[in-house]
Design a protein around this ligand. Structure first.
Ligand SMILES: CC(C)(COP(=O)(O)OP(=O)(O)OC[C@H]1O[C@@H](n2cnc3c(N)ncnc32)[C@H](O)[C@@H]1O)[C@@H](O)C(=O)NCCC(=O)NCCS
Ligand SMILES: Nc1ncnc2c1ncn2[C@@H]1O[C@H](COP(=O)(O)OP(=O)(O)OP(=O)(O)O)[C@@H](O)[C@H]1O
Length: 201
């Protein structure tokens, strides 16, 4: 188990995955809360059954998997429904993150999560890194990547912590407003620091 864990966060489409993919190429184990959050509601899980009982059959695909687009539409339009879903999934996500971090064996490990500060996941990490982008770029990159409408991305951004609050809580910040080569260079600088901090811990 890695004794030093860096939490990487940022708003939707800020570049968390792009940053953590580069940490991975440097040999660092990455636990991604978005991936974990899909596993806890995979086909056949009790959590998925509970979701279908609550929202109805239309949130399930013919394959038996969660219809993510349908659920996304519901929960980002209704705060009560989002809170209901978070109460169901967040404890499961937390347990699965702990299990995954326990088997991480690199000099330090990374927990990537969009809700590091909003949930209690920040308590699982020794240091925090925010990937920060201007909102216009965040919107542009997310719409280009996903088939989400601009309105839907704005609805997701609206329920997330403000850019200013997130940055004020961070130990480290990378400005991801340039090209990927620049992002990678910033990741490499921090990697050197994290190796030194992990050795001291
Ligand atoms: C609503 C769901 C089904 C939509 O699935 P979809 O495949 O469209 O999106 P995905 O899970 O890949 O999330 C995309 C991005 O949306 C944002 N997001 C997702 N859930 C939340 C949330 N509860 N609050 C704020 N932002 C969120 C994050 O930036 C995330 O990176 C899904 O996001 C979900 O189950 N969310 C609740 C669980 C959760 O809080 N996950 C966040 C990681 S801990
Ligand atoms: N510096 C950059 N230059 C150009 N494109 C970038 C840069 N950083 C990230 N991107 C692109 O922007 C999009 C969003 O980045 P990424 O998927 O890494 O964000 P994320 O924070 O992981 O998002 P989410 O919260 O939705 O999981 C991706 O298509 C990615 O390839």
């Amino acid at each position: 188990m890695s004794s030093f864990v860096v939490g990487v966060t940022g708003g939707i489409g800020s570049g968390k995955s792009a940053a953590t993919a580069h940490f991975e190429t440097l040999g660092i184990s990455v636990v991604d809360a978005d991936i974990v959050s899909r596993q806890v509601v995979a086909k056949g899980t009790h959590a998925l059954e509970t979701i279908v009982e609550h929202f109805g059959e239309h949130v399930i695909l013919d394959t038996g998997e969660l219809n993510r687009a349908a659920l996304r539409k519901i929960v980002f339009e209704s705060p009560d429904e989002r809170i209901w879903l978070e109460h169901l999934t967040h404890p499961l996500i937390r347990e699965a993150i702990i299990t995954a971090l326990t088997s991480a064996d690199s000099p330090y490990a990374i927990l990537a999560s969009p809700l590091l500060f909003e949930s209690d996941q920040y308590k699982m990490v020794n240091r925090t890194l925010v990937i920060d982008v201007p909102e216009a770029l965040q919107l542009k990159r997310t719409c280009k990547r996903d088939d989400n409408s601009e309105q839907q991305v704005r609805a997701i951004m609206a329920v997330q912590m403000s850019r200013q609050d997130r940055v004020s809580k961070a130990d480290d910040v990378i400005q991801n407003d340039q090209d990927l080569a620049y992002l990678h260079s910033q990741v490499e600088l921090l990697h050197t620091q994290y190796l030194a901090l992990a050795k001291q811990s």
